[in-house]
Design a protein around this ligand. Structure first.
Ligand SMILES: Cc1cc2nc3c(=O)[nH]c(=O)nc-3n(C[C@H](O)[C@H](O)[C@H](O)COP(=O)(O)OP(=O)(O)OC[C@H]3O[C@@H](n4cnc5c(N)ncnc54)[C@H](O)[C@@H]3O)c2cc1C
Length: 314
């Protein structure tokens, strides 16, 4: 039985299980033993999803200390001999993954967005050269297969609940921490498009009226996103770009206003419940993937919808 180690998602603990989908694709469902490494306060709801949960005991390491966390993962690997180590591609994960790979003298595939099991070999897919190409990587050699996984790229559908064995990790870490935590301020309002349930996305068809999307997003309690066309033209910031060279998103509602639906744009959409597209051309590729298609001018659509919302609220 293969052994996979999954480090917790440091931004959204509940997303930790998504990395089980990666292991499923590599080894096949039920063909591996899963070991999750979690901080003590975040393990309750993940019980039942993993075979083993290793709870890092309170006070062993600061959760913002990548060196200390690497000590723990390195030590666990030495004891258990994992076949793969999966780290979420969060900002914290991106600090841990290369450090750990260096210590274990193994390679790292960073920012993985897809896994293809080709029978006799596994293809690990990641965007490379600033998203200009999709690179296919093969794993060779004896070291553990190490990857950092792009947030939202995989979604795990829970199966039967497992009998989880919980183990407390209490060994003090060796590395001298370079981190002194002064205080932690919780981000009340995050504008990360990956966190929003409602995305109001604009493309070339709204380049003149892009600012109107902010009003609509506010009215629908959503966040504005954009295609690369608007980003390249300097109309939208790169941080809100959806797609192969942007972010992968999985909102409940994706409203595509004046977006064509190129392959590279659609590569950034995963597990979306509903898509509404507004386009002057109904043969645009995004329309065939939409639940509702509105044929017409997107600016006019926004104006009319805003009026309806105002009437509804008054
Ligand atoms: C290596 C590489 C990586 C890429 N990565 C990304 C990426 O991450 N994300 C991304 O988005 N793109 C990416 N692209 C670019 C991608 O190929 C497309 O060029 C881009 O997505 C097109 O953006 P768009 O659909 O907004 O614009 P357009 O292609 O210009 O489409 C505009 C759409 O709006 C419609 N329209 C026009 N006027 C109106 C109107 N008044 N009202 C309503 N609809 C209207 C048109 O019918 C059309 O369907 C990448 C390309 C390459 C080569």
């Amino acid at each position: 039985m293969k052994k996979t180690c999954i480090f917790q998602d440091t931004e959204k603990t509940e997303n930790t299980t998504d990395l089980l989908e990666v292991a499923d694709r590599i080894y096949g469902p039920g063909q591996f033993e899963s070991h999750a490494v979690l901080f003590a306060d975040s393990f309750d709801r993940l019980c039942g999803s993993f075979h083993h949960i290793i709870r890092v005991a309170e006070g062993i390491v600061d959760r913002y200390d990548p060196r200390g966390i690497c000590d723990i993962l390195e030590n666990l690997h030495k004891k258990s001999g994992f076949d793969s180590i999966l780290i979420p591609g969060t900002s914290m994960g991106q600090m841990i993954a290369p450090r750990l790979a260096k210590r274990l003298q193994t390679g790292l595939v960073a920012g993985v967005t897809d896994i293809k099991n080709q029978g006799d070999h596994i293809e690990i897919i990641r965007p490379a050269c600033s998203g200009k190409i999709l690179e296919s990587v093969l794993h060779k050699g004896d070291g553990p297969l190490m990857m950092s996984i792009r947030p939202n790229a995989f979604a795990y559908t829970p199966g039967d609940s497992l009998q989880t064995v919980v183990f407390a990790y209490t060994e003090p870490v060796k590395s001298c921490s370079a981190v002194t935590r002064l205080h932690v301020r919780k981000n009340q309002h995050t504008c990360d498009i990956r966190d929003s349930d409602v995305l109001i996305a604009g493309g070339g068809g709204v380049k003149e009226s892009f600012s109107k999307l902010y009003g609509l997003a506010e009215a629908l309690n959503g966040t504005v996103a954009a295609s690369r066309k608007l980003v390249d033209q300097g109309i939208a910031p790169r941080s809100i770009q959806v797609g192969q060279s942007g972010k992968t998103v999985s909102p409940k509602l994706y409203m595509a206003l004046g977006i064509h639906g190129s392959m590279q744009h659609m590569a950034g959409l995963r597990q979306i419940e509903s898509v509404i597209s507004v386009n002057t051309a109904v043969n645009a590729p995004v329309c065939s993937l939409s639940d509702i298609v509105v044929q017409g001018d997107a600016k006019e659509f926004i104006d009319r919808l805003m009026k309806k919302i105002a009437v509804y609220r008054s």
